[in-house]
Design a protein. Structure first.
Length: 253
């Protein structure tokens, strides 16, 4: 199969494989496409397998990345996903190789990606990244790790911004930070809001809408992070059932 690049010229016609959806979810796909359209002019690349499957890589110059990292001169991978039936066919290798070569052609000093020590939902597999030569650049609480692939030994080591060094926030209660970088957030954030209200709980929602807000956010994973009474809870997008389970575990319902 061939790979194609989704850009400002074909984004209206192409599906984005992280959200192959029916008409009921089209608004969520539309919000992701709108977010991508704004980022293309900042150098974002969305490369995918030319099929209706979740096989893609999305990356952008680190200076424009929607994450609190300090990685001047690097290319940052936002999302890298090869799912289900497409695994084991070399697609991940091809996508990553394309990103690395593109970064070199654009005279970047390396590539960065946020993951963890152990595999976690919505984060790239750390074992695979290490297998491909990525090294640990920085670590912060809650098992977030900034990996990097330097193109030579002289390049500066990237790091997380100081705003995420504690892994906590000062705001009390149930607090959610998210962006529309992922189409699933636009679907499930309203679900959580309605669920919280149904159980008489207040959910404070902070939608991150600019690069500056993202780069100064209190969480390494700006796409979606839930806190409770200042403590990190999860970066995995919650369904209503999972959210109710969390509320119950805290004695809130």
């Amino acid at each position: 199969m061939n790979f194609i690049t989704v850009d400002e010229h074909n984004i209206k016609e192409e599906h984005i494989c992280c959200a192959i959806s029916d008409k009921k979810k089209e608004n969520c796909v539309g919000s992701k496409k709108a977010w991508l359209s704004e980022r293309f002019k900042e150098g974002l690349v969305f490369r995918k397998l030319d099929t209706r499957g979740k096989v893609f890589i999305e990356y952008i110059p680190s200076e424009k990345a929607w994450y609190p990292i300090m990685a001047e001169g690097y290319m940052h991978i936002n999302c890298f996903w090869v799912s289900g039936q497409f695994k084991g066919q070399g697609y991940a290798n091809e996508l990553l190789a394309y990103c690395i070569e593109d970064a070199k052609q654009k005279e970047k000093c390396g590539v960065t990606i946020i993951s963890s020590k152990k595999k976690r939902g919505y984060l790239s597999d750390p074992d695979y990244m290490k297998y491909k030569g990525f090294l640990i650049a920085d670590e912060v609480p809650n098992d977030f790790i900034l990996y990097y692939l330097p193109f030579n030994e002289e390049v500066p080591m990237p790091k997380f911004a100081d705003c995420v060094k504690t892994g906590k926030i000062e705001e009390m209660g149930i607090v959610l930070y998210y962006t529309r970088q992922c189409p699933h957030t636009d679907k499930y954030v309203p679900v959580l809001k309605e669920c919280a209200a149904k159980h008489g709980q207040n959910l404070t929602i902070h939608e991150i809408t600019t690069t500056v807000e993202a780069q100064t956010a209190p969480t390494p994973f700006t796409t979606y992070t839930l806190f409770y009474n200042g403590e990190f809870i999860t970066n995995e997008i919650m369904s209503e059932k999972r959210f109710e389970k969390f509320l119950s575990s805290q004695g809130l319902i």
